[in-house]
Design a protein around this ligand. Structure first.
Ligand code: C2E
Ligand code: MG
Ligand code: MG
Ligand code: MG
Length: 281
């Protein structure tokens, strides 16, 4: 029976593999021209102050439309990283985000959070690229936050620590995204002096069970190490209440707002008063 089944299993497997490789190459080719073809745009998800629900920043999230299909970043970012395309795309994101945020910051003290891959952060030119984006947009550095994912642990921690320091010396803030999901969260907290920790959505999701204790522990560490804490992925009022009671500084999630197109952000920003998001249940 073994002998009979084996070849067909291999056949199915290689069929799938072939499709996967084909898709990957298709996306890689598409991505290499996405900037020139104007297929990329950013959407913006607010982050609010847990105390008064005022918007303190927006996280820029990248969107890619390839022939009427929206390809999710969870699929194309890793391909961009793999094929050396993330630097060019990342630079476009930075320039675009700073340009946009600069007009917002003229009205209200609102920052922009930009996601950055480790491959970008490790680039010798990264700090210069950030500097140039700030220069040409006239955005004040304290309004730029760089979010890096915790997969940093696979890389040269010494180099990353230097890059982070260089950014902070320029006045830019740095946060660790998806905190708690990497394999060495604690050593990262020890080795990298960031400004902000973003608690991963998976802990917020399970805040009624184990998530509670974990977030409590993160809060203790963050206080001791002087980090601000953002909780991401808040979807319910009850999650918000618990996170507030734990002293989390900033909140983000579908409960308040999904990532918004630029015109909707502009509507929020155009108000005389600093915009608030009071989520009604
Ligand atoms: P992330 O930086 O952790 O961003 C949070 C993701 O969760 C976003 O997905 C956001 O739309 C989604 N999200 C926000 N609130 C909620 C919620 O309440 N519930 C649920 N279920 N989801 C929520 P998105 O936009 O698909 O981005 C996925 C990931 O792709 C990001 O995770 C980030 O790691 C990466 N990414 C996005 N834009 C960029 C970029 O410009 N550069 C780089 N290097 N990575 C990016
Ligand atoms: Mg992020
Ligand atoms: Mg995140
Ligand atoms: Mg994430």
């Amino acid at each position: 029976a073994q002998k009979k089944r084996l070849p067909s299993t291999v056949g199915v497997f290689s069929d799938q593999l072939e499709k996967q490789i084909h898709r990957e190459l298709l996306l890689k080719d598409g991505l290499s021209q996405a900037v020139e073809k104007d297929q990329l745009h950013l959407v913006y998800q607010p982050i609010i102050d847990a105390n008064d629900c005022q918007i303190v920043s927006f996280e820029a999230l990248l969107r890619w439309r390839l022939n009427d299909e929206m390809i999710p970043p969870d699929e194309f970012i890793s391909i961009a990283e793999q094929y050396g395309l993330i630097r060019k795309i990342g630079q476009w994101v930075l320039e675009q985000a700073c340009q946009t945020a600069s007009t917002w910051a003229q009205r209200h003290p609102i920052a922009i959070c930009v996601n950055v891959s480790v491959a970008q952060l490790e680039d010798d030119d990264f700090v210069d690229i950030v500097e140039a984006a700030l220069q040409s947009s006239q955005l004040a550095p304290e309004f730029l936050h760089i979010e890096m994912t915790e997969s940093v642990f696979t890389s040269d921690i010494g180099l990353l620590a230097e890059q982070i320091k260089a950014l902070q010396d320029k006045g830019v803030k740095v946060s660790i995204d998806d905190f708690g999901t990497g394999y060495s969260s604690l050593s990262i907290m020890q080795d990298l002096a960031v400004n902000i920790v973003k608690i991963d959505r998976s802990f917020v999701e399970r805040i009624d069970t184990n998530g509670y204790a974990i977030i409590t522990a993160v809060m203790h560490m963050a206080r001791a190490l002087n980090y601000s804490v953002v909780a991401e992925g808040i979807e319910t009022q009850s999650q918000m209440n618990t996170l507030r009671s734990l002293g989390v500084d900033y909140l983000q999630g579908y409960y308040f707002a999904k990532p918004l197109p630029i015109d909707q952000v502009e509507q929020l920003i155009s108000a005389e008063q600093a915009p608030k998001l009071l989520a009604e249940s």
